[in-house]
Design a protein around this ligand. Structure first.
Ligand code: RB5
Length: 157
C-alpha cells in the first residue's frame, strides 16, 4: 500500500517519526512536506496529499498539524476526499469501516507519538464495510456535488 504523508511545521517532528515508522512496516511512503520546522501553512500540505490520494498516486493519506483540524479541513476541500481528524484509534478504524475515509488526520499538539502510531495502524488496517455505509457516503458525495454547482457568493465567506 502506498501512503502519502504531510504536515505543517507544528507537526514536522512527528511527521518524520511516523514516516520512518511506516517505512519500517514496509509501506511505500511519499513525503509531501513540509521538510523543515520553518513556519509554513497547513492548507498547502493538506491539498498536496489530498490531490495525491485522489489521483491514485497514493492509496491513503496521513496528515498532521498542531490539532489535525486545519489540515483536514483543507484536504476535505478537494472533491471526493474524506479526511477524518481523530485523537484515538477507535475513531480512526471507524473512519475507514463506516465513512470510507481515505485520509487520517491528527494533531501533534494533541496526541503523543505512541497514540499517533496506534491511530495510523488502526486506520491502515481497517477496511470499508460498504452496504448501508456506502449509501451514506454517497449522500455525502451528493452534498459535495450540489455544493459544487452553488454560485451564490453569499455562501463563500
Ligand atoms: C499552527 O500554529 C497551527 O495553527 C496548525 O498547526 C493547526 O493546528 C491548525 O489547525
Amino acid at each position: 500500500m502506498k501512503i502519502g504523508i504531510g504536515s505543517d511545521h507544528a507537526a514536522f517532528a512527528m511527521k518524520e517519526e511516523i514516516r520512518a515508522y511506516l517505512e519500517e512496516k514496509g509501506y511505500e511512503v511519499t513525503d509531501y512536506g513540509t521538510y523543515s520546522a520553518a513556519r509554513c501553512d497547513y492548507p498547502v500540505y493538506g491539498e498536496k496529499v489530498a490531490l495525491a490520494v485522489r489521483s491514485g498516486e497514493v492509496d491513503r493519506g496521513v496528515l498532521i498539524c498542531g490539532t489535525g483540524v486545519g489540515i483536514s479541513l483543507a484536504a476535505n476541500k478537494v472533491r471526493g476526499i474524506r479526511a477524518a481528524v481523530c485523537s484515538e484509534p477507535y475513531t480512526a478504524a471507524m473512519a475507514r469501516r463506516h465513512n470510507n475515509a481515505q485520509i487520517i488526520a491528527f494533531g501533534a499538539r494533541v496526541v503523543g507519538i505512541d497514540t499517533a502510531k496506534m491511530i495510523v495502524d488502526a486506520f491502515l488496517q481497517a477496511e470499508f464495510e460498504g452496504g448501508r455505509h456506502a449509501e451514506r457516503v454517497a449522500l455525502i458525495s451528493g452534498i459535495e456535488e450540489r455544493e459544487s454547482q452553488e454560485q451564490d457568493p453569499r455562501f463563500f465567506r
